[in-house]
Design a protein around this ligand. Structure first.
Ligand code: NAD
Length: 508
């Protein structure tokens, strides 16, 4: 007999609590919707207020804990993730569908992130600099901001929350985290880990629920100093506007429409592996997914037929099955979006060379499975060229010269990731310089960011902040310039000191 799915609560001020309304929502497995993973609190403004209050109270003492000590706890959380990696990966696959090797990678990224930020507790360097005046010391130091609202998407249910949580805590902030409603379990697990390793009550708070019910009140709360958001450009724009009213700091990581350039001289087998992995890994549901593949005319047809053959052979199925190579769409809405873009591409005249249909049959009927899909001869006027699908639907575009390829790459509202396959160092460096993205790869797919480098995009992908690497410190901390005058006299900076001396002389 099937056991009843558990009910998961919010975590506020160190206690697991149900929301006042008593409402919950179900978390279901997209590979088999009969599998209900659990019920989560469908919270509202009241829970947000309680969580922010708890975080504000905890901030008073957390900010005074020495950064190396905060770093030790962050590192402990990383080690907790490491000990529980397999269970956490299975939970993530079950709630969002991507294959186990990828969710293991997702958790691993959380571990790497925690270990990186744990060490940062002993760095967080400021600078000392000469003062313009004698007997005066000048320096800079980093300070926390206060309560941070963290709003996360479903596609990296562990890594993205960790990218935000670890630096936020390390810098001395306290947090209220709101996970995507499609993947609340991974964040619930992470917060449970934070409790188990001993973060003081109120430092980490979890409130589950919808974007409007929880996300909006969190952004609008006067005691929230910073909102760090990853998700769609559409929602990011709303969050930006909500935060602008109070001049809140806001970090936005949003949509992408990433392209790979395949030159005639490329190692085509390597490029094939990279494009397949970039386009169909995570079922195309990565912000850095390869959704456009620009191929030089000399190898265009040859590359296309090899690509279609390899894509057709991909094993689609339940991500919990180790043999599966591509899992389902995350939910019915995403599957419908994928199918809608397939219909649009056909109507606009793109050439379907593989896939295009929802998968059916006993293995597929209870989930949201789609064939890996490739369209050739896509042109810049087509919607498939411009708009983010966030599914396993690849647009292939021919080009003649590198200059054309770079112009096609840059003909995009977004600017997250780009890549080139070539053996010619001149072409690689030209593309590296001229492609307008926040991430760029040479002879590698558009995916594969590492924790200690800045992560983020330009144009409508981001708002200038970066996650990952020491650059993330600038999002989660505030600079303070400090002057110490040990001259025992009033020294005035930025003014003509000679005149002052004369004026003071006259007065006497
Ligand atoms: P989404 O924008 O629908 O939701 C993201 C989060 O925002 C969720 O927690 C959601 O509940 C919340 N939210 C929704 N409406 C809100 C509102 N009005 N106010 C406050 N919060 C609100 O995105 P998604 O479907 O979860 O994720 C897919 C999108 O995320 C894609 O566009 C993808 O490109 C993007 N993404 C970007 C990156 C990056 O680093 N650039 C990484 C992963 C995903």
């Amino acid at each position: 007999m099937a056991t009843k799915p558990p009910v998961y609560k919010n975590y506020i001020a160190g206690k697991w609590v149900a929301c006042k309304s008593g409402k919950t929502f179900a978390n279901v497995n997209p590979a088999d919707t009969r599998d209900v993973i659990g019920h989560f609190q469908d919270s509202g403004p009241e829970e947000v207020n309680a969580a922010v209050r708890a975080a504000k109270e905890a901030y008073k003492s957390w900010r005074l804990v020495p950064a190396p000590k905060r770093g030790e706890l962050v590192m402990e959380l990383g080690l907790w993730l490491k000990r529980n990696k397999e269970r956490l990966a299975k939970d993530a696959t079950r709630e969002m569908g991507k294959i186990l090797t990828e969710t293991r990678g997702d958790v691993q990224e959380g571990i790497d992130c925690a270990l990186y930020w744990g060490g940062e507790g002993r760095r967080m360097f400021g600078e000392t600099t000469p003062s313009e005046l004698p007997n005066k010391w000048a320096m800079t130091m980093r300070q926390p901001l206060g309560v941070c609202g963290l709003i996360t998407p479903w596609n990296f249910p562990m890594a993205i929350p960790c990218w935000k949580l670890m630096p936020a805590l390390l810098c001395g902030n306290t947090v209220v985290i709101k996970p995507a409603s499609l993947t609340p379990l991974s964040v619930w697990n992470l917060v449970k880990g934070a409790q188990e390793v001993g973060f003081p009550p109120g430092v980490v708070n979890l409130v589950t629920g919808g974007g409007r019910g929880v996300g909006t009140p969190l952004c609008e709360h006067p005691d929230v100093a910073l909102v760090s958001f990853t998700g769609s450009t559409e929602v990011g724009r709303q969050i930006n506007l909500a935060c602008a009213k109070d001049f809140k700091r806001v970090g936005l990581e949003m949509g992408g429409k990433n392209a790979v350039i395949v030159m005639d001289d490329a190692n085509l087998d390597l490029a094939l592996d990279g494009v397949l992995w970039g386009a169909f890994g995570t079922t195309g549901q990565r912000c850095t997914a390869t959704s456009r593949c620009l191929v030089q005319r000399g190898v265009y047809e040859k590359f296309l037929s090899a690509l279609a053959k390899r894509a057709r052979a991909l094993r689609v199925g339940d991500g919990l099955d180790e043999r599966t190579e591509m899992g389902p769409a995350v939910d019915e809405g995403q599957l419908k979006t994928d199918l809608a873009y397939i219909a649009i591409a056909k109507k606009e005249g793109a050439r379907l060379i593989c896939g295009g249909k929802r998968l059916t049959g006993p293995k597929y009927d209870h989930g949201f499975f789609l064939e890996p899909t490739i369209f050739a001869d896509v042109t810049p006027r087509m919607r498939l060229f411009k708009e983010e699908v966030f599914g396993p639907v690849l647009a292939v575009v021919p080009f003649d010269t590198l200059e054309q390829a770079i112009a096609l790459q840059n003909d995009c509202l977004y600017g997250l990731s780009g890549s080139i396959y070539t053996k010619d160092v001149n072409k690689a460096f030209t593309a590296m310089r001229d492609v307008h993205t926040g991430l760029f790869y040479v002879n590698a797919p558009t995916i594969g960011a590492e924790n200690h480098l800045p992560f983020g995009g330009v144009k409508q992908t981001g708002n200038g902040h970066r996650e990952g690497g020491k650059e993330a410190l600038d999002l989660f901390s505030e600079w303070k310039a400090v002057y110490v005058d040990f001259s025992d006299s009033l020294q005035r900076a930025q003014i003509d000191t000679e005149k002052i001396v004369k004026l003071e002389g006259k007065k006497r």
